[in-house]
Design a protein around this ligand. Structure first.
Ligand code: CTP
Length: 407
């Protein structure tokens, strides 16, 4: 915060709301304790790690300082020291904004690649009406994301993600479970949130922290997962079922701890297939994507699940390979829809989450026609035959390439 900013708002407000220290001086700050001596070089340190420098609101004074390289306070010094992209969101009196000096300074900054988030027009704090109102915070945030190359392409979507494994009790202390950690589902939730979606994350027991700003619904059993999903699915525009749901539950749950009395045979009954039920209850326009955890014949089994469950796409995981898939930090997958098969090579789960979301979004776009599937000389493509061929013959596409696209 500059000295001017501190006249409007106390630094304490920002530090309390963000949990971060507020720097407002190049030099010692009276109450900063040990951190005080560091300030002499803070502008260099901060300038080096920042992904972007955003000045909002930017006064006529700071624009002039930036334009002419004055470095007499923390902010102007940091501006000179950073190599990160810089964005300014000017706010000032309309005559100050229109003044030739301000406009000339803005032009210098523009030429230098500084992003200017133009002010809006309306009532100004000084009582005048005109240009000079700081752009809306959402507009500034959009500009920052755009500058950083981050997409906000899930804005307006409500994404319901299921994650982790479920547990079916045998007795008060034992359960049937699986090795799913929830990492893939949590990565999808975080990625969707970052891309602007509202996220409902329904998770089995997991050691992971909820990703920021996602609504976390905790469940334990397949039945609880089913109830939670059915209760919330109508809110969703996109359902991603990455959870490893138990396929069987014990027919009887002992109310007392089972004793070791010799061989024991458990009778299990199948759980409901939540994914198939979600597809049956889907509302128009809702996209539904499942996962398939396979240890053999992954493409065949994945394709069979896509058809049997009726999802829009299935993310096929090979869970038999070392170091990828279940419980690992990396994963590799094939994204299979009725018309595409895309190989997603091994990468960190967070990165894979973004690739999966890219492919899901591409399902909403009109699909181009690929001549490879036009077997008819007269250019009349038999769509059904082509789709059947995709589903019956598709082999994994080359890494990252969309192999099969038909209209
Ligand atoms: N799934 C589900 N409800 C179940 C079992 C699975 O909704 N009772 C969902 C999973 O969340 C996943 C997809 O179905 O999106 C496929 O899960 P997977 O375990 O790979 O397959 P299953 O259908 O359980 O078939 P199998 O275990 O026989 O391979």
């Amino acid at each position: 915060m500059t000295e001017g900013a501190k006249k409007f708002i106390q630094p304490l407000t920002f530090s309390a709301l963000t949990g971060y220290r507020v720097i407002s001086s190049l030099w010692e700050e009276p109450d900063a304790g040990e951190a005080a001596e560091q300030n002499g070089i803070d502008h260099i340190a901060e300038a080096q790690w920042a992904d972007a420098l955003v000045v909002a609101p930017a006064t006529a004074n700071i624009l002039a300082k930036f334009a002419h390289g004055l470095a007499d306070d923390f902010l102007s010094t940091m501006y000179l020291a950073t190599t990160a992209p810089v964005l300014v969101a000017p706010a000032m009196n309309v005559n100050m904004w229109n003044h030739a000096a301000t406009q000339a300074n803005l032009e210098i900054l523009r030429q230098r690649g500084v992003g200017i988030v133009e002010p809006g027009t309306g009532d100004l704090a000084c009582g005048m009406v005109g240009a000079g109102r700081m752009a809306e915070p959402e507009t500034i945030a959009e500009a920052v994301l755009k500058t950083l190359g981050r997409r906000h392409d899930l804005r307006g979507e409500v994404v319901l993600v299921t994650a982790g494994g479920t547990r079916e009790a045998l007795d008060p202390v034992r359960f049937i479970g699986n090795r799913s950690s929830g990492k893939m589902g949590y990565a999808l939730a975080e990625a969707a949130r970052r891309r602007g979606a509202k996220v409902i994350l329904i998770s089995g027991p997991s050691a992971l922290h909820a990703p920021p700003h996602c609504e976390l619904v905790r469940i334990t059993t397949a039945e609880e997962m089913r109830n939670a999903v059915l209760e919330r699915m109508n809110e969703a525009t996109l359902v991603i079922k990455s959870a490893a749901v138990a396929d069987y539950r014990p027919v009887e749950v002992s109310s007392q701890k089972l004793k070791r009395t010799g061989p024991l045979t458990l009778e299990l009954s199948p759980t409901e297939d939540i994914l198939a039920e979600v597809v049956r209850r889907r509302r128009p326009g809702q996209l539904i994507v499942g996962f398939a955890a396979e240890t053999e014949n992954r493409m065949e089994n994945g394709r069979a699940k896509l058809l049997a469950k009726g999802a829009d796409a299935i993310v096929i995981n090979d869970v038999a390979s070392e170091g990828v898939g279940i419980d690992a930090d990396t994963n590799a997958a094939t994204f299979l829809s009725r018309t595409t098969s895309v190989e997603l090579p091994e990468m960190p789960k967070r990165q894979l989450a973004d690739r999966i979301l890219d492919e899901i979004l591409s399902l909403r776009r009109p699909r181009p026609v690929v001549a490879e599937f036009s077997e008819h000389q007269d250019n009349q493509i038999d769509t059904q035959a082509a789709q059947d061929r995709v589903l019956s013959e598709s082999i994994p596409a080359r890494a990252g390439r969309r192999q099969l696209i038909v209209e």
